[in-house]
Design a protein around this ligand. Structure first.
Ligand SMILES: [Zn+2]
Length: 267
């Protein structure tokens, strides 16, 4: 199930800083995808495994952007109280995926019975004392905030690697580039698979039609391109359903080959 954390404002000049704006806008408009970056979804995946609820990412909480941080109220509306969340599996440590793990009063944990899983490489990156000073300007404040939040939850964090089972039926898939330790999560049940892609794909048109366009929020933009191309080939070949954190609500669909590139078919 997908639960919304709200939407984010992500200007085109930030998401695609190396692409001429007219070219990017033309591609998005041709595919019916909003091109103003004014309401980029934040789609959190909720998995029921046995009688446990597992969240993939925790949204951004109230301190990132006013239009986001809605995960708790949307979970409550779906009949799921915070106490029922047994585990939160993080794809990466950006604010819109991590900061919502702390409650609105900013010291307590939002999900009091949850343990946490993050990739070991991601933990090492965000908790390294040099990360804020080495980060690009837009990331400096976020790096300080994410390090602080990881320290607050440290006692209940498991650090895992590529291929590790992170909860029953859920496996980490290393997908670096957006961040150094970014992980997608493969969910398997009854012979069916769902690829929870985090931020490998962040636009319904661009990520599929022009996966080689370097993305502004990717920490290593070249590695981001390589990961995106590798996962597109995998998803199209294996016919695995994709859900993307920032794809248009509710973010699920299939990846098809389209000439030398791909297209996303929402379902
Ligand atoms: Zn994100």
């Amino acid at each position: 199930m997908t639960v919304s954390d709200g939407t984010l404002m992500v200007p085109l000049s930030f998401s695609l800083p190396e692409t001429p704006a007219q070219e990017a806008i033309a591609l998005m408009q041709a595919q019916g995808v909003p091109s103003d970056g004014a309401a980029v979804p934040a789609n959190v995946t909720l998995v029921k495994t046995g009688d446990q609820f597992v969240l993939i990412d925790a949204g951004s909480g109230p301190k990132f952007q006013q239009t986001a941080g809605k995960l708790s109220e949307n979970l409550e509306a779906a009949g799921i109280s915070p106490e029922k969340i047994a585990k939160v599996v993080f794809t990466h440590g950006h604010a819109d995926h991590l900061w919502g793990v702390i409650d609105d009063f900013d010291e307590g944990e939002r999900f009091p019975n949850a343990s946490y899983v993050i990739s070991a490489a991601e933990w090492d990156f965000w908790t390294h004392p040099d990360t804020p000073s080495k980060a690009p300007d837009w990331l400096k404040g976020m790096a300080i905030g994410s390090a602080r939040i990881l320290k607050l939850i440290e006692k209940r964090v498991e650090r895992r690697k590529d291929g590790d089972t992170v909860a029953p039926g859920l496996t980490y898939v290393a997908t670096p580039g957006h961040t150094p330790g970014h992980m997608a999560v493969m969910a398997e049940s009854g012979g069916q698979r769902l690829f929870i892609g985090g931020d490998v794909f962040n636009n319904n048109a661009v990520s599929f039609a022009r996966p080689e366009w370097r993305v502004g929020s990717d920490f290593d933009r070249d590695q981001g391109v390589k990961t995106r191309q590798r996962m597109l080939d995998f998803l199209a070949t294996e016919r695995v359903t994709l859900t993307g954190f920032h794809l248009m609500w509710p973010g699920q669909g299939m990846v098809e080959r389209n000439g030398n590139a791909y297209r996303f078919i929402p379902i």
